[in-house]
Design a protein around this ligand. Sequence first.
Ligand code: ADP
Ligand code: MG
Length: 653
Amino acid sequence: MREARSPAEKAATEPAPLLSLRGISREFPGAKALAGVDLDIHEGEFVAIVGPSGSGKSTLLNVLGVLDTPTSGTYRIHGTDVALLREQQRSEERAQTFGFVFQDSHMVGRDPAARNAVLGLRARGISLAVQKRLVGPVLERFGLAHRAGTPASLLSGGERQRLAIARAVIGSPEVVLADEPTGSLDTANGEIVLRHLRELHRKGTTVILVTHDPAIAASADRVVTMRDGTVVSDTGSVVRSGEDDGGRAPESVRDRRLVRRRRDEFADAIADSLSSLTVRPAKALLLVLAFLLGSGGLVAAIGLSESAAVKVSSRIDAAANDEVRANRETGYGSWDEATADISRAKSLSGVRGVGVVADLSASVVQPSTFRPGSFPAQSGFSGAVRVTDSEYLRIQGAKVSQGDAALLDYSFGGPVALLGADAARQLGVAKPGPGVVVWLFGEPVPVVGLIEDPGRDPVLSGAVVVGVGSYPVTDRIAATLVLRTVPGMPAALADALPKALNPAQTSDVKVQTVADLRELKHGVNEDLGRLVAVVSVVLLAIACLSAGTTMYLGVLARTAEIALRRALGMRRAAVAGMFLVEGAMVGLIGGAAGGAVGMAAVLAYARSEGWAPAVPWYAAGWGIALGLGSGIVSAVYPALVASRANPAQLIRG
Ligand code: ADP
Ligand code: MG
């Protein structure tokens, strides 16, 4: 029976029912839930679907709500074949046309009532301002205003179900689908819920209600009875216009403010992942730590390789163009032999200066500020003991303060020592002067100056330097001649030196130019580069794996909530985005922290090695970028799993 309507209204509504099922079947493995259902539902109806358990009521509701896809048959909404809709348009239908009330209220328990009420709006990318404007009145209407801030898990069953209706209708859907909404309530609360549904219907919303309760069914305008997946009886369409005559009430008119906006969808994804991180801080910390280790290791590796390269190359570049080193394979029998080589080398053209350097074993020399055996015993000196002439210091560009390098060459009886700045600090010598000695070979040696700047020879800053000839030679001396040349001459001199020093046996003379060192530098960089690659790949793989696993478990723990959001109209891509954002955020935080820790580690290491630390600025950028990238990568699989969550699974309860 229908009320008389104007011809225009009839033309608009009658030829195309709001929802139309033709021959709809839904088969599950081993069960045929729906077997050829034909059903038309018009705007403004209040339909009760009844039938024994397992007769296909919930499946029918799922199909109507576009939560489930029929195996065969045609389903049209407003005349549009749902089978032709893309996934995103199906989400749009769920969001705009339908509001769902399930038997279990399916609240996000930790979230307050108000946030649960707007879950559907959030899932649809509705702006925060609109959410705020809508939530107050709707909570008021369902008698929940005073519970707005209460976590949903603390609400009573009746309150939760009223909140579920509030959530279903806040976006002004055309159709409310309710699957046994009073099934878990006592009679009084069931009455209240039913009254709210009738009120919605009175204001123009189409209501489809699955129920067990004959009393409720009897109060509906139309009763559809199901058995074994088919409709066995239908009392037929009864459309009553709303009380404010004129067809659909204003409430059901699509609200222009309720338009999905990507920006708001994205903002909600960020807010959601932030809250999921703060709700489980221990988990979040663990994830951040994983990425911190990965990207921190990488930054440290880059920094270390760069610092090492700088250390090597500063020496190489300094020596770039004007240095040749030579030594005798058999060493020297005395310092006089070495001096003879120096003058031979000096006689070659293109040579600007020739110095000599040799190292003594610090463990034999045992430099110390205290007389050996006296108290306190000193910890071992960790620097070098270098034997040089003053010419060597000059051509290396070393600067001696509070003393005179020339004293190395003319010490007038007994050795004297110069101390590099670090060596002086280690030995506790503040400044040289009368009576200031260091003990070498168990004998006191006057300190005659400090090396303020080691010039091109970084070893000097940590070295005790004594003059050539300070000590009697007992073994052959492995001394190296260092030649400073006119720029561009090292190659020519390298050729000439062996003949000039030992014409009888040129093979005894070993010559080293910068070209040899260049190869060394190359080798060093390549080795470190490989190490960087291996270490960072391993660390990041571990980080990705552990983060991915943790996030995957998180997805499993939240399937119901995710399915709920999908049912409320969240797009598949947005669900995936939610987890990708979470991964990105964790990765970003871990990467940034890793960058800082990695840099600090390099600085500390370089300092302990006495290198000039050279942490390139881009290393920190790498840390952040890699943290971000691997965070996203680790979230890909969990995001995929989450986006596949089946909303139909939820309504079934
Ligand atoms: P009702 O809501 O009327 O109790 P349902 O629509 O939930 O009935 O189920 C109808 C039939 O389909 C039942 O036999 C049920 O076991 C089956 N069924 C429903 N969902 C699934 C599923 N996901 N997998 C397999 N069988 C299902
Ligand atoms: Mg059911």
